[in-house]
Design a protein around this ligand. Sequence first.
Ligand code: F6R
Length: 241
Amino acid sequence: MKIIRAKDYNDMSRKAANIISAQVIMKPNCVLGLATGGSPEGIYKQLIDWYNKGDIDFSEITTINLDEYKGLSRESEQSYWYFMHHHFFDHVNVRPQKINVPDGTNMNVEEECARYDHIIQAKGGIDLQLLGIGVDGHIGFNEPGAAFELGTHCVDLDESTIEANKRYFEKKEDVPRQAYTMGIKTIMQARKVLMVANGKNKADIIKEAFFGPVTPQVPASILQMHPDFTLIGDEEALSKI
Ligand code: F6R
């Protein structure tokens, strides 16, 4: 486990974007596992900037997103499909047919999870997985208590996750109660894992996840066992370690 201290959110985003950029330069047809949320937004901004300057080419990459709300369509502004297009895909040359996000409108859970796992397998697994961390220690939507050995599955969201994500919705009641998520087994099989964390509200969970015991109660703690895991945090998020 490698921990990199960044001065602030911009510094964290730039450092993480540098690692992603190096990955794409070293292996132009790599498979990038991507995340949504506030933590990676700055990374996408930086990558778009470098793309506009001609420094990075995304034409051969495949992207596999971590998760999607069950019940939301691609058109819904709160869907992760929409988020990724709005914040990244629409601004760079990723090929639309190489973009993968779980289909929130597929109500057949078994079918959707098998479809997504098949895609990940068919692409040869993930070269670099980008992650944020929830205040309860979740990664993707693997909430506390999630089994470490799962592939893609459907989860009931924790109250703290619904509370944290309501900022993207008009009202709390609009936050879907379920989501499809890549499982921890798949995340752990990624060849490289890169997590970004910023802000005071992440300080306690960062300490618990990476300096406490490895336990399903803190899903991110399993990353202590990953052979190539890097955490980049700003001063606030790393203030307790
Ligand atoms: C997003 C995801 C989540 C977030 C986590 C942190 O695709 O899988 O695990 O990474 O909820 O969210 P932010 O970055 O908004 O604090």
